[in-house]
Design a protein around this ligand. Structure first.
Ligand code: 4AD
Length: 575
């Protein structure tokens, strides 16, 4: 029969008795076996036939079409092959269905068991045994001194691990340390135990026992719990803290979740070191006899140039967030002698670098009747003394060592290098100006990148001194032996760069007035600063140290953003 004849015959036949397949245009998914919507493969046609009523199955025939050819009945050999492959796929599907059913049953059984355990757990109500001695509240830091007596301790679940049905370990964190706690039997079968999430707050009661030899736990002991209660449950599932971020999360995620990130080991260690460092600075100043003062943050004068001023409307007048407390410290000299402050300074920094913040803690000091060399000695002694003080505290030292394993206290004298020598060093080492690829020239500002190359290459603290007046602040006095440069210094530290900026101050009234004129500043709002030069002036100097930069150096933190509680920089004023 020709294909035309067959097509005519087909058109006259009962369509249900024929199933069409077309290798070129058919579809097993979208087809229905009719001539208008053929299947692609004979296997699909066989599946179609299998779905027909039994009496129709026998009479139904498959017609196939290949490429340009017309429809023909499927050849016996092709039908045999198709049947074999169809049967195989049916068997496979059956097997899969059986497996799926088994898996489903297992899931259901597990769920049922879980529900049973949960239901059972809800029946369990823990009560504190009145026969036990009264528990004394302690903090984790006091655990060693309170071994073998009944205590209670509150904190947050830092980690927890279930071991079988009858044992559970909680590592408790209370801000003073970590304590391993062991819960057994009924204690780990309650609803709270079964649904415990990390960062939940809990109170645990029991006795602290030394761990047996061969076992390890923080401080060599663990709390054998006899009663416990959940104080505040943290969410699990999608909202669980582990789901919000981890150590590999994008920095923007970590910044957005900073309020939770600070619970982590690294962030909290840096913040604790920060606290000890701030104390060490205060102890140092106390020891050298300087008085702490608290200057205002809202001001109407600038210190370090107008480009980084944050201005705001102060009852209808323009005011700024202070860039530095220096000018106010200077006013304290006649009444208090050496003074210092640890206050916030603000800089509207356009630069998005790892050492710039919009708000930072500024440790500043001002000292009367000193020389420039005495100023440098004072800064060097302070840095060394502060490091020695924190290093002498075993806990702070351990945190510094964990954060910065190579750190060693400073013993050698700091390198002292004039700005002019610094320019020479850069040119000798082939470091060029970024803007035109030329050698640096006297008078150029040394930008952050070349400064860091030089500091890292030298690998020691460097006082870079005697900067040209035009690249420094208005209050810095010219040197007597070289009026091109000022009595100024930056302290540069490896891996961070500048951490201190200091100088002597112009102390002559007329010279200061001329400096205002040169800078195009109106001296009127600075009347109180000028008065210092009028009412018993004196030679004096001081410096400012960025606490976050000092910490970045000490703890080898990549960015100053990790060295403060809630960093503020371009585009971030949250949380
Ligand atoms: O060199 P600076 O601008 O000096 C002053 O403000 C002086 N008035 C200080 C003084 O003599 N009392 O800033 C001093 C230090 C810098 O060395 C740096 O450590 C830090 O303050 N600093 C910053 N830290 C973080 N983010 C910023 N945007 C900073 N700007 C300065």
């Amino acid at each position: 029969m020709s294909s035309e004849e067959l097509a005519t015959k087909i058109a006259q036949m009962d369509i249900a008795a024929l199933v069409f397949t077309d290798e070129a245009t058919g579809s097993d998914e979208a087809g229905n076996g009719s001539k208008d919507a053929p299947y692609k493969t004979p296997q699909a046609a066989l599946a179609h036939i299998a779905s027909l009523p039994e009496d129709k199955q026998e009479e139904t025939k498959i017609l196939t079409k290949k490429a340009e050819e017309g429809y023909t009945y499927i050849t016996p050999s092709a039908l045999k092959r198709a049947k074999k492959s169809y049967e195989l796929s049916v068997k496979k599907a059956l097997k899969q269905a059986e497996q799926d059913a088994r898996d489903q049953a297992q899931v259901e059984a597990k769920l049922a068991e879980e529900q049973r355990r949960i239901a059972e757990s809800m029946e369990i109500v823990l009560t504190e045994d009145p026969a036990l001695p009264q528990a004394t509240r302690i903090r984790v830091i006091d655990a060693k001194a309170n071994r073998n007596t009944r205590i209670k301790v509150s904190g947050w679940v830092s980690r927890h691990r279930v071991q079988g049905r009858d044992m559970m370990f909680i590592v408790l964190r209370d801000g003073t340390g970590f304590l391993q706690c062991v819960l057994t039997n009924q204690l780990c079968r309650t609803y709270d135990a079964l649904t415990l999430t990390i960062e939940s707050s809990v109170t645990l009661y029991g006795e602290i026992k030394e761990v047996p030899e061969g076992k390890s736990a923080p401080d060599g002991h663990e709390l054998i719990v006899d009663f416990w209660e959940v104080i505040g449950k943290a969410p699990g599932g999608d909202e669980s803290i582990e789901n919000l971020f981890n150590s590999n999360s994008d920095p923007s995620v970590l910044l957005q979740q900073r309020h939770l990130v600070i619970r982590g080991d690294k962030a909290s260690s840096i913040l604790k070191v920060r606290s000890r460092v701030m104390k060490a600075f205060r102890d140092h100043f106390d020891n050298v006899g300087y008085t702490e003062v608290t200057p205002p943050c809202m001001v109407q004068t600038q210190v370090e140039g107008g480009s980084t001023l944050f201005s705001f409307n102060y009852y209808g007048e323009e005011a700024y967030l202070t860039q530095s407390s220096q000018l106010y410290l200077e006013t304290c000299l006649p009444s208090m002698g050496g003074v210092y402050t640890m206050s916030e300074s603000y800089r509207a920094e356009k630069s998005h670098t790892r050492r710039h913040l919009s708000e930072y803690t500024h440790c500043e000091a001002e000292v009367p009747f000193i020389t420039f060399d005495e100023l440098l000695d004072g800064i060097e002694n302070m840095i060394k003394d502060v490091v020695n003080r924190v290093w002498a505290e075993p806990e702070t030292r351990a945190m510094i060592q964990a954060l910065n394993p190579e750190f060693e206290p400073l013993t050698e004298p700091f390198v002292r290098m004039r700005y002019e020598e610094g320019i020479k060093w850069l040119n000798e080492h082939g470091i060029k100006r970024a803007e035109d690829g030329q050698d640096f020239e006297f008078g150029d500002d040394i930008p952050e990148a070349p400064e860091r190359v030089m500091t890292d290459a030298i690998g020691k603290p460097i006082f870079l001194t005697h900067f040209p007046g035009p690249i420094k602040a208005f209050y810095m006095p010219p040197c007597k032996d070289d009026p091109r440069v000022t009595e100024s210094a930056d302290l540069l530290m490896p891996s961070v760069g500048e951490i201190v900026g200091g100088s002597m101050r112009i102390w002559d009234y007329e010279t200061l007035l001329a400096a205002y004129k040169r800078e195009g500043l109106d001296p009127a709002p600075y009347y109180w600063y000028l008065d210092q030069r009028k009412y018993g002036s004196c030679p004096h100097g001081g410096f400012g140290l960025g606490v976050e930069r000092f910490l970045a150096w000490l703890t080898k933190s990549f960015s100053v953003r990790d060295c403060c509680l809630y960093p503020r920089f371009t585009g971030r004023c949250q949380p």
